[in-house]
Design a binder for this molecule. Sequence first.
Ligand code: SAH
Length: 553
Amino acid sequence: MRHAALSGPRFFRFSNLIDAALMAAAGERRREPQRQDFVREPAGDDAAAHRQDVGIVVLTRKPRGKEVVAERRADAGDLVRRDLFALSATAEHDAALRAPVGDRPADVDADRRIVDHFFAVRAVIVDSVPECRERLLQMFFQREARVIGANRYSHGQRLYYVREMIPSVVISARGEERLRDGHPWIYRADVADVRAQAGDVVLVRGPRARALGHALYSDRSQIALRMIAYGAADNDLDADALIRRRLDAAIAFRTSLAIDATAYRLVHGEAELLPSLIVDKYGDYLVVQALSQAMDRRLPAIVSALSDLLHPRGILARNDPRARTLEGLEQRVDVLAGEIPETVTVTEVGIEYDVDLRRGQKTGLFLDQRENRAAAAQYARGRLLDAFSYNGGFALVLGRRCQETIAIDVSEDAVARVRQNATRNGVAVDARVGNVFDELRGMERLRERFDTIVLDPPAFAKNKAAVVNARAGYKEINLRALKLLNPGGTLGTCSCSYHVNEADFAEIVYDAAIDAQAHVTVVEKRMQGRDHPVLLGVPETYYLKCFILRKLP
Ligand code: SAH
């Protein structure tokens, strides 16, 4: 049905019509136009072949219908930007072109047309095709100004080229620069033109129409595009196949890490070139988060790929992070495959945990701290304080080496879990519900002392505006902790605020040390675990800082 609807009396030889530049532009598409793509070659000679008037008309699905094409006075530059061929020739006339219907003169009802002085170089177009995923655009090139010009009589002598419309977005020069620097996000302010719908995988073009790659498109978020593939090589991108390959690679990498746990992150979004997708493994179960419109739309394909690759007993979507609302997506928790029990038991660094995948924080556990728990354990001794303990990750791993362990969290549920996990693992933990800020001050008044302290607060700076207060908060708890620490003791201090970077955090801790009148050495600088890798050039993927400090005697 591709060409069937198109017919016309005589056509030019397309070798005359299509010049090298045009062919080069066409080559950027998913494939070069082939001889057979042009409907009917001309019989006879093309006497007007030297003329460089090239018009272009986009017809929608119904090529004989009225919904034809280019708008009067449309910006010619758009033609090049909008997923249509760049044209190289110019027209001398203000050629008003009406939609030809068969051999009849222009359809009188056609209300859109190409009208442009120079529509060849500064061309045009336009469409009003509502369903861009489905639309099949048919373009025809027409030569001979006379025909498409003055007399508005456009029968014959046309070439048609048929292809599918690829959803596409044009970005600004600044956006292109960002991409070149390796950042996969393009903000809305750097989007110049959109030919796509919410959640499409789009072809991304630079301001000069150069294909830059493919991205997930969001019509809501300030992050309008998230790149998933770079370069022009593969215009006809099979996004599901690409995602599947990336999932496979991500999983293979985790397997190679020989992680000492049955729970860990399999897919860390941007750092996997799978932006806005998180997949965590908890034993035989998987938890996914799709944090953009396009990833959300692709969940069925993701679930099917994960099922094939890992054969999990169940896949849960923890699609309840607030970030989803920025995408206009619902916050919800759904079982996507198999079944998910109320509690799943996993082990990590020799400790067993009962995890509530549906209701636990993040996807159930703070998997990103696994290696920091193991590292901090090497220094743990004497009296241990785990502040902001959640369900006891640090308290349990470090507590095995300590005489006494106190864990504090403001959440009663979390503290109940600490107690449960402590019993299960045979580690004595005094788990308390409390506000760490108050508790630290109270302990200072009571002149309590510890040999090992862990500070693992929630992100104090959730956005830039919160940084000033966040700094004060971090400084406060670090100051108190350093005062409570015995000389020779160890402080493991963390920040998971992306907006407070490593240097900022080091400075805050240094300030705290000065105020605490302590000489402090940095024994280890750590970050999130290896299953949460950082993508260079994308600071957002480096969020967790963890310093292991020693208070000098
Ligand atoms: N250390 C934990 C993760 C901590 S997440 C682990 O390794 O798994 C941060 C925790 O801080 C959450 O459990 C939250 O309930 C708790 N929290 C937040 N504000 C608090 C406060 N002011 N006082 C005590 N706990 C707090």
